[in-house]
Ligand binder design. Structure first.
Ligand code: CO
Length: 134
């Protein structure tokens, strides 16, 4: 059911420093910061030949990244995103098998303008999983 790894997301305490490190030290193609107020994050996408890295930094109050950075002050891997062809079919199958979908379980529009859902990390070996409609 899951397809390509769309991105790995890393929560970072300093977005400018992390962007500069990926651009200048690691020599990657780093995009501009984009605010995603619906998700409480500012994101920077880094294009790799086979996938993307998504740098996440808190935006506004009640950001889901704030608590994560309190527990992981140097930053850390926050989630992985897999592509699916039909996000509603994927959700229904996962829920039927007992997996918990975060929030209302209705897809939200993600950073690429496509519907996304998040799956509870306790159901997936401690890893927060994002599904993105192809
Ligand atoms: Co993501």
């Amino acid at each position: 059911m899951i397809g390509r790894l769309n991105h790995v997301a890393i929560a970072v305490p300093d977005l400018a420093a992390a962007s500069a490190q990926y651009r200048d030290t690691l020599g990657a193609k780093v995009g501009e910061p984009q605010g995603e107020p619906d998700h409480g994050v500012t994101v920077v996408f880094i294009e790799l030949p086979n996938t993307k890295i998504e740098l996440l930094h808190p935006l506004g109050e009640n950001s889901p990244i704030t608590g994560f950075l309190e527990k992981n002050p140097w930053g850390g891997i926050h989630h992985m995103c897999f592509e699916v062809e039909d996000i509603l079919a994927a959700r229904d199958r996962l829920q039927a098998e007992g997996a918990r979908v975060l929030g209302s379980a209705e897809p939200k529009i993600g950073a690429h303008g496509k519907p996304v859902l998040f799956l509870h990390p306790k159901d997936f070996n401690g890893c927060l999983i994002e599904l993105e409609q192809l």
